[in-house]
Design a protein around this ligand. Sequence first.
Ligand code: ARG
Length: 564
Amino acid sequence: MKYKQELAEVLYEVLGHEIQVKELEMLIEKPKNPLHGDLAFPCFALAKVKRKSPNLIAQELSGSIQSSTFEKVEVVGAYLNIFLNKKLVSEDTVAAIIELKENYGALDFGNNRNVTIDLSSPNIAKPFSMGHLRSTVIGNSLAFIVEKCGYKPIRINHIGDWGTQFGKLITAYKLWGEEERVKQNPIKELLTLYVKFHDEAENDPELVEQGRSWFKRLEDGNEEALALWQWFRDESLKEFSRIYELMNVQFDSFAGEAFYNDKMDRVVELLEENQLLVESDQAQVVELTDEGLPPCLIKKSDGATLYATRDLAAALYRKENYDFDLSLYVVGNEQSLHFKQLISVLGKLGYSWAKNMIHIPFGMMLKEGKKMSTRKGKVVLLEEVLSESISMARLNIEEKNPNLANKDAVAKQVGVGAVMFHDLKNFRMNDIEFSLEEMLRFEGETGPYVQYTYARACSILRKANWKIEDTVQTSSLSWEKEWKVVSLLAEFTIAIKRAYEQFDPSQIAKYIVDLAQAFNKYYGEVKILEAGDEQQARLALVYSVTVVLKEGLRLLGIEAPEEM
Ligand code: ARG
């Protein structure tokens, strides 16, 4: 990024201040083939201004680019291909990493402003699904990414702990539930009760009515209903926190749907004041026909509030309490319509900040090409997946490195990291196929591969007994063989910026896989520990690789063991 900017500044001068630096910087590309240089500047856009052929412009410009950073300039057609001064750039990059350490690559455009991130948000009394895993992992990584850009992330777990389903659950529990059984295996037992309710209710309208009336009582603050609800909630959160602990995910707030119970009247009043509420089929709705959307349901005929009502209250609450600059919702693609409606209704209320609310959708986790569904029993339980992944990692360690200290801790880092990385390596909108074997592979684009590369680099530094104080500023190293690794290190900020702009952690995942591959290739070709004047420079490069791999993994929420 730095060199792109530097080139833009040089071009700005050369072109006689005709085109702004920012504009020039946007035109600069990275050649696909490294043999064509490190940066490329296409002259098509200039041809219009200068009324000359792009090739002629490129030729004229090529002679006037003079700077120690740019070693060589070649003209190919309409392009200026620019080669960076390897020695200068390499020594510069390594020195920057050694100075900044884990802060290397950071950006500051966030200016310490708040970004709320609605993530994970599972529903109580139900198993933690793969969809919630995706939201957790993607949201957690986005929190680290926005933080790296200078924002203050606020992670909010909008727990699904309110709604008509709890009326049904209470009914089912009162009819068929046993306290002891629920205590022993809360989520499984509650799910069974819920499924039974649905089966029975199919031919029993009376049951449906009971469910509705229990929810009404719950909303009206009936003690018995509230106590049962509280119990279901507590038990569910206990299970969820075990998963969060495994994945090392923390939240700033667990204000779920129920939290907004006493904040919804205000939403209804606001909508009324603005004459937005209309009656439709005895329910209260906001019409969104002008925006090409179906109406947003606010209140049912019996006065019960809805998911959307609670989300409206939550949005207002978040704006007032966190004064967010951006408000992100990491929620599956199937809720796109809901978020469109939410944002439209807030827009109609006149809140200009509604446009800073962004739904960040993601695709599904598939098993053998099919959607996993709770009802059909096709669900894969996340906790089982994580523990299986950890034991597979443990076996692997036993096989490859039986003398490793703290095997359990490392197995956890690798096993959990594998699951998380598998989720983050593809663009989030893609559906992903669930496969433990694939996740845990030590080669290819996997978490363990990156972690293993990191551990390997750490071991080189240990063997050499390298210390940061040993760093020398210059050496006789030409940095030819190191160039691929260095140029990737220099691009860390670009990957971070791209991940931010597209709210896409896979930009970071792909970047660290590339870096790991380039480093392993280098490791195979060069005797890093060979004595000589160049050794210290090579070791400083190895150190730089460890810093960036570890920081890249951290941005994905994944730990990096130093030995594995
Ligand atoms: N609990 C919801 C579900 O599992 C997700 C909630 C997402 N967040 C929100 N603010 N609506 O479908």
